[in-house]
Design a protein around this ligand. Structure first.
Ligand SMILES: Nc1ncnc2c1ncn2[C@@H]1O[C@H](COP(=O)(O)OP(=O)(O)OP(=O)(O)O)[C@@H](O)[C@H]1O
Length: 231
């Protein structure tokens, strides 16, 4: 459903992503791994159109999105949770969630009830300001906001970063539920090898902007981990 071919992108003079080919199939959980600074977030932003690739193509569900705006990509059914969450701290939880609906293709105005079944804590906090939530609750809000318009593909950039272990488990459980239902595909940037290898249908290891390894083996070889993943 998502296919990147020969993607090159970067900032100003510096090229960060080089010749990346990557695919996500319907219902798959695909993990993108790699050390800090290798370009994982840059690749996610390129998929979302927040950075314009210098070459290569991005296809999603038979459409060529290579030159499309971020808004068009979101309306095509790609949800995005950036690293650092980027919720609106001055807006209430409800207002943050309603903003997520802007990305729906059918102009839906009402939040789906399933959002609150998945994230019950958000129902209790509907009228609190986003900025007053804990880090873990903000992450849940960011994921809920991305799910509200009903995407078929969810891009999650390090959702477990900087949150307490009990919430990590909740977020892992949400990703596991998504995997069980197979209705949404996920491209997940994940630092925890243990979780990534337990959940991934397919993985890519990025090193200095290129794909250094890929596959579907649940267990990554020690050699590969030492070469491309350990600090
Ligand atoms: N806005 C920017 N302007 C210029 N260079 C940037 C910008 N954002 C990131 N970079 C550079 O691009 C390279 C890749 O960064 P990126 O954030 O994509 O890596 P990452 O793999 O996601 O790392 P991390 O796990 O630390 O988030 C780094 O060298 C970084 O310094």
């Amino acid at each position: 459903m998502l296919k990147l071919q020969g993607i090159e992108s970067g900032y100003g003079e510096s090229m960060v992503i080089r010749n990346v080919n990557l695919e996500v199939r319907p219902g798959q959980i695909v993990c993108l791994m790699g050390r800090n600074g290798v370009g994982k977030s840059t690749l996610m932003k390129s998929i979302m159109g927040l950075i314009k690739p210098r070459s290569g193509s991005i296809h999603y569900m038979d459409a060529d999105l290579t030159s499309s705006s971020p808004d068009r990509r979101a309306k095509s059914g790609i949800g995005y949770v950036p690293q650092g969450r980027e919720i609106f701290p001055q807006l209430t939880v409800e207002e943050n969630l309603l903003l997520g609906l802007e990305a729906s293709s059918d102009r839906r105005k009402k939040l789906p009830d399933t959002i609150f079944d998945t994230f019950p804590v958000l129902r209790q906090m509907l009228h609190r300001k986003g900025g007053d939530l804990s880090g873990g609750q903000q992450q849940q809000l960011a994921i809920a906001r991305a799910l509200a318009p009903g995407p078929q593909l969810l891009l999650l950039d390090e959702p477990m970063e900087g949150i307490q272990p009990s919430i990590v488990m909740e977020i892992e459980a949400i990703i596991e539920t998504i995997k069980r239902n197979r209705e949404i595909a996920v491209l997940l940037v994940e630092q925890s090898l243990e979780f990534a290898t337990s959940i991934a249908d397919y993985y890519y290891v990025l090193d200095r902007g290129t794909i250094a390894a890929e596959g579907k083996d649940a267990l990554l070889s020690e050699d590969l981990v030492r070469k491309h993943l350990t600090v």
